[in-house]
Design a protein around this ligand. Structure first.
Ligand code: XMP
Length: 310
């Protein structure tokens, strides 16, 4: 793929499709939506509104960090607080696909309201080829797939969807993002799922349980930074495990450390993380999050596992 030509073509396509109708770009700060946002901004300039939904499922300081990166590129990001809507919809949901569908519903309802308020007609989003293949193939419902599975976004939510990079896989998206002038922290960023930390909380997704996995994720990311895996994170299980504290039994949370190597997320293998680093992560997680009694390292590749836990 010639990256420069791809960018020129897509900028022209976005201009032709949106015209003067106004559009919102759905930005999460990941490489996919960031590349799309810059493409759309080149095409539409001030006609484009960029919205980051704060769903309460992001990592530490993520909304503010993403807004700061885009401010550096001269693009204003509106952070829309929708935490209550997401936690409300996820309350009591335990089945992974129920959780994913509830997330998708709220995600598009929130954007539907924003599109209406902004008197726009289009939502621009960073769907990539892997998202479509995994949803259509029945692996899991990705948060951003509608038309490809027969849901009409205009009927359901009041906007048309534009997906400028839907034929690309991750390595090409990174090339496009680099060429668009995004900083290395974005074009080399680890993938983070659209449904955020929800994909890493097995069982009930409550603000407290998300906060716990957020703290553990921070520790894993801190400790593994130099190793640069494709993806590394923490997962909170729904079961608990017996531990011991000051000579007394303690029934605590179980955290899984997951680190994988992959090219395009379609297949993956567990990273060979140094033993000392793993031990340090486990020690920090149990010391800094006292409700955790056990930390495990996941060895399974994809297949038969998937990268995320739900
Ligand atoms: P799995 O868990 O299916 O994940 O092996 C493959 C890649 O996709 C990311 N992922 C998502 N990305 N919306 C996204 O935008 C989603 O709903 C979603 N679920 C998983 C995951 O982090 C991995 O990189």
């Amino acid at each position: 793929m010639d990256v420069k030509t791809f960018i020129e073509d897509k900028v022209r396509e976005i201009k032709d499709t949106v015209g003067s109708a106004g559009a919102i770009s759905a930005l999460s700060g990941g490489v996919d939506s960031s590349a799309c946002t810059v493409l759309a901004h080149r095409a539409l300039g001030s006609q484009l509104k960029v919205i980051f939904i704060d769903d309460g499922l992001m990592r530490e300081s993520e909304p503010q960090e993403v807004a700061a990166v885009f401010a550096g590129l001269g693009i204003t990001v509106e952070i829309l607080d929708a935490q209550q809507e997401f936690f409300g919809a996820l309350k009591g949901k335990l089945d992974p696909e129920d959780k994913r569908k509830a997330f998708r519903q709220v995600f598009y309802e929130v954007f539907g309201k924003a599109v209406k308020k902004g008197k726009c007609r289009f939502l621009i989003q960073g769907t990539i080829a892997a998202d479509i293949i995994e949803t259509k193939g029945g692996v899991k419902t990705q948060h951003n797939i509608l038309e490809q599975i027969g849901i009409n976004p205009e009927k359901g939510f009041g906007f048309k969807v534009v997906e400028p990079i839907k034929e690309l896989f991750k390595p090409d998206v990174r090339r496009v993002a680099k060429e668009l002038g995004l900083p290395e922290s974005v074009y080399r960023r680890m993938p983070f799922p659209g449904p955020g930390l929800m994909a890493r909380v097995v069982g009930d997704v409550t603000p407290d349980r998300v906060a716990l996995v957020r703290r553990a994720t921070r520790i894993v990311e801190d400790e593994i930074r130099r190793h640069k895996p494709f993806q590394a994170f923490a997962v909170l299980l729904s079961d608990k495990g017996t531990g011991v504290e000051a000579g007394k039994r303690k029934f605590g949370e179980i955290i899984i450390i997951r680190s994988v190597e992959s090219k395009d997320a379609m297949t993956a293998r567990a990273s060979r993380v140094r033993w000392g680093r793993l031990q340090k992560m486990a020690a920090r997680i149990t010391a800094e999050i006292p409700s955790v009694t056990r930390v495990c390292y996941e060895l399974t590749g994809k297949p038969p596992a998937t990268i995320e836990y739900i």
